[in-house]
Write a protein that binds this ligand. Structure first.
Ligand SMILES: Cc1cc2nc3c(=O)[nH]c(=O)nc-3n(C[C@H](O)[C@H](O)[C@H](O)COP(=O)(O)OP(=O)(O)OC[C@H]3O[C@@H](n4cnc5c(N)ncnc54)[C@H](O)[C@@H]3O)c2cc1C
Length: 607
C-alpha cells in the first residue's frame, strides 16, 4: 500500500518541530540507516532522529520487479568519476543513492551473500567478531526466506536451497520468482562441464562456483527493502523522527573530541544558507554511504591531515584512511550471440510479439511469468584456480613481487601501505583458493554477460574539494591501475570462451561478437579491457574501513571512529575488503550488527 501525502507528512517531521537533542542521530536514511534507526528506536525510552538528504520515492512502479533494471536519476546523486588513467582516460559511472531506503530502494534485488572466506578475511584484518560465523546471525536476523510460490518452476530448473541458512522472521523477504529462462539450465550444465560445479545452497558461506540467488521480493513479487520492512513498521513510534531533504554538513566536536551534534542544512540551499544544529546525547551514527560518509568525516576534521589543512579545516583526528581504500566490482561486457537459441529466451520479449503479450498477461493476471524476474537468479563466482589453472600462480607471484606504492594513490601513508600489504596477503591467498570467486558471471539464459572483477588490487579515493567542501567530492576508482587486475580480467575473458565452448553449450550455437575471435593475445585483450571496462557495479565500498589505525583504518571492530568518541559508522564504508558478492544482504547484516554494538555500549555506559 502507498501512503497519501497527508500520511507522509504525519510521519516526517518539519524542521520547526525538531528538538534540540536526541539520544541518537543517524546520518542518512538509506539502507543501513533505516535498519539502525529501527533497532535503536525499539527501546521507547530512546529518541532517534534520522536526517536524510533525499526523500520518499512513492512511485508504485518502484516496488515492481521491472524497477530492478531502471534506476531513476532523481534517486541518485548526479556524479561521475574523474578520468580513469587505466581506462583510456574515460570517466566512469558512479552509483550513490539519494532516496529514503538508499540503495535498497533502487537496486537490482539480486540478494546474495559472500563466501565464508570473504568475511573471515575481515576478521583477519583485526576485526574480531566479523568473520562469517560472527555475521551469520545477522544475515539471518535481517531476512526471511519464503518457499517459492511455483514448485513446478523450482523442480523444472532444479533450484536447490537450504532455508536453514536464512532467518524465519527477519524483515527482508527473499524468494525465487516463478520463472526461469530455459537456457539457464543449459548454462549451469555447461559450467559443470568446465569445472564449475553447482552449489546446493550458496548463502551458507559457499558463494563460489555456480549457484542460485534469490531476489529480495515478498511472496507477491514486490520489492522488500529497508523502507517498507524497517521504516514503515516503526513509523508510529513517537521516539523515531525522520527529517527528509536535509543534508548533514558536519559533525561537531567538544574540546575533548567528543562528537556532540550535527549541523544540517536544507537540500538545495546555497553555501552559507542558514543551518540548524541538533545534538546527540548518546551517539551519532554515520550511514551516508560509501561516498558521503567519508565526505562528512573530512568536512568535520576527521581525515587526512594534509587534505584538511589544504581545505582550511581544523584537524580533529588525523585519519589518512578516510576516503581511501575505495573498492568496487569493475565490469566489462563480453558479447556473444546464440545462433540456435532455445525458445523462449530473454530476447523473445523483444522479438516475439505473441510471447511478449503472453508474458504481459501472465504478469498482470497472475504475477507470474518472465516479468516476475528482477535481475536474474543465477551466477557464477569463479575461482581463479578454475579460470586460469596454469597461470594463477604467476599472477600471485607478480602481485607479491610488486612494490605496492607504485600502484597506490600518491597520498598513501606508511600505515596505509602496511594495511594494503595485509590486504594483499589475503587477496593473493584468495587468488589461490578454490573456495572464493575472483570473477562474477551473472547469467539468465542470455549469451552475453558482464564479467565483474570481484577481488581488485587497485584502490581508489574519495577526496574533498578543498575550495568548496559542500560540492561533490572527487571520485577516483583507479580502476585497473594495478596491472594484476588486467591479468585477472584477461583470465576471465578467456574462461568465458572456454565456457562457451563446453559441449552442452553447443546446442545454442554460441558465436563471439566482442572482443571478437581475432582478439587473442594478452596485449590485444588488454586493449579491449582498457577501452571497455567500467569502474562500478554499484557495489562501491570500503572508504571508512574497519581496520586498526596503524594499518590506515578508520573505525574499530565496534565501529567507533578512531581518535574521537561518540561517533560511529554503520554503512558499507566500514568494509575493509570488498566481498565477492552483491552488497545489499551484507549491508543488512552490518547494520543489524552495528545496532547491537551501539545498544550494548550504551547499556554498558548506563545510558
Ligand atoms: C543502482 C544500484 C543497484 C544495485 N543493485 C544491487 C543488487 O542487485 N544486489 C545487491 O546486493 N546490491 C545492489 N546494490 C548495492 C546495495 O544496494 C548498496 O551497497 C547498499 O544499498 C548500500 O547501503 P548503505 O546504507 O551503505 O548506503 P545507501 O543505501 O546509499 O544510503 C546512504 C544514504 O545517505 C544519504 N546521504 C548522503 N549524504 C548525506 C548527507 N550529507 N546528509 C544526509 N543524508 C545523506 C543518501 O541520500 C542515502 O539515502 C545496488 C546499488 C545501486 C545504487
Amino acid at each position: 500500500t502507498y501512503l497519501g501525502r497527508d500520511e507522509l507528512v504525519q510521519r516526517q517531521i518539519d524542521p520547526g518541530a525538531l528538538k534540540s537533542a536526541y539520544d541518537y542521530i543517524v546520518v542518512g536514511g538509506g539502507q543501513s540507516g533505516l535498519v539502525i534507526a529501527n533497532r535503536l528506536s525499539e527501546d521507547p525510552t530512546k529518541t532517534v532522529l534520522v536526517v536524510e538528504y533525499g526523500t520518499f520515492d512513492n512511485n508504485p512502479g518502484q516496488v515492481e520487479p521491472s524497477s530492478a533494471k531502471n534506476y531513476p536519476p532523481m534517486d541518485l546523486f548526479n556524479v561521475t568519476s574523474v578520468p580513469q588513467r587505466a581506462l583510456g582516460n574515460r570517466t566512469t559511472t558512479v552509483y550513490a543513492a539519494a532516496v529514503i531506503g538508499g540503495g535498497s530502494t533502487i537496486n537490482g534485488m539480486f540478494f546474495e551473500r559472500g563466501s565464508a572466506e570473504d568475511y573471515d578475511n575481515w576478521e583477519k584484518l583485526g576485526n574480531a567478531g566479523w568473520g562469517f560465523s560472527g555475521l551469520l546471525p545477522y544475515f539471518k536476523k535481517s531476512t526471511t526466506f519464503n518457499t517459492p510460490i511455483d514448485p513446478a518452476v523450482v523442480a523444472d530448473a532444479n533450484i536447490t536451497c537450504d532455508a536453514s541458512v536464512y532467518g524465519t522472521d527477519g524483515p527482508i523477504q527473499a524468494t525465487y520468482p516463478p520463472w526461469v529462462w530455459p537456457g539457464t539450465k543449459i548454462q549451469f550444465k555447461a559450467f559443470n562441464e568446465v569445472g564449475v560445479l553447482t552449489q546446493f545452497e550458496a548463502a551458507g558461506g559457499k558463494s563460489y562456483n555456480a549457484y542460485w540467488v534469490p531476489s529480495n521480493v515478498d511472496p507477491s513479487g514486490r520489492r522488500s527493502y529497508a523502507r517498507n520492512e524497517y521504516f514503515d513498521p516503526a513509523q508510529s513510534r513517537p521516539n523515531l523522527s525522520l527529517l527528509v531533504n536535509y543534508r548533514v554538513n558536519e559533525v561537531l566536536f567538544s574540546s575533548t573530541k567528543h562528537a556532540h551534534s550535527v549541523r544540517i542544512q536544507a537540500r538545495g540551499t546555497a553555501n552559507g544558507a542558514p543551518t540548524i544544529t541538533v545534538s546527540a546525547n548518546t551517539e551519532i551514527v554515520l550511514c551516508a554511504g560509501w561516498l558521503h560518509t567519508p565526505h562528512i568525516l573530512q568536512r568535520s576534521g576527521v581525515g587526512p591531515k594534509a587534505l584538511l589543512t589544504a581545505a582550511g579545516i581544523p584537524v580533529i583526528s588525523d585519519l589518512p584512511g578516510v576516503g581511501s581504500n575505495l573498492q568496487d566490482h569493475a565490469p566489462i561486457f563480453i558479447q556473444f550471440a546464440y545462433t540456435t537459441d532455445v525458445f523462449p529466451n530473454p530476447s523473445s520479449l523483444q522479438t516475439n510479439a505473441t510471447f511478449a503479450a503472453w508474458a504481459e498477461q501472465q504478469w498482470t493476471q497472475l504475477r507470474e511469468g518472465p516479468l516476475s524476474l528482477t535481475t536474474g537468479n543465477s551466477v557464477g563466482a569463479i575461482p581463479l584456480t578454475t579460470m586460469n589453472p596454469t597461470g594463477y600462480q604467476a599472477i600471485i607471484s607478480k602481485a607479491l613481487a610488486q612494490t605496492p606504492a607504485t600502484y597506490l594513490p600518491k597520498a598513501y601513508t606508511a600505515e596505509q601501505l602496511a594495511g594494503f600489504i595485509e590486504q594483499r596477503k589475503l587477496l593473493t591467498a584468495s587468488y589461490g583458493s578454490s573456495t572464493n570467486g575472483i570473477f562474477e558471471v551473472p547469467f539468465e539464459g542470455s549469451a552475453s554477460a558482464a564479467l565483474c572483477l570481484e577481488k581488485p588490487m587497485s584502490r581508489g579515493t574519495v577526496t574533498l574539494n578543498t575550495t568548496d567542501r559542500y560540492a561533490e567530492p572527487s571520485i577516483d576508482f583507479n580502476t585497473n591501475i594495478n596491472p594484476v587486475d588486467v591479468d585477472l580480467t584477461i583470465s576471465a575473458a578467456r574462461f568465458y570462451r572456454t565456457w562457451m565452448a563446453a559441449p552442452s553449450m553447443q546446442q545454442l550455437g554460441p558465436t563471439e561478437l566482442s572482443p571478437g575471435t581475432n582478439v587473442t593475445t594478452d596485449a590485444q585483450l588488454s586493449t579491449w579491457v582498457s577501452s571497455g571496462m567500467g569502474s562500478s557495479t554499484a557495489h562501491s565500498c570500503c572508504t571508512a574501513a574497519m581496520m586498526p589505525q596503524n594499518l590506515g583504518g578508520v573505525v574499530s571492530p565496534d565501529l567507533l571512529v578512531h581518535g574521537v568518541t561518540g561517533l560511529s559508522v554503520g554503512d558499507i564504508s566500514v568494509i575493509p575488503l570488498i566481498p565477492a558478492t552483491h552488497t545489499c544482504a551484507t549491508v543488512y547484516a552490518i547494520a543489524e550488527k552495528a545496532a547491537d554494538l551501539i545498544k550494548a555500549r550504551a547499556a554498558h555506559a548506563g545510558f
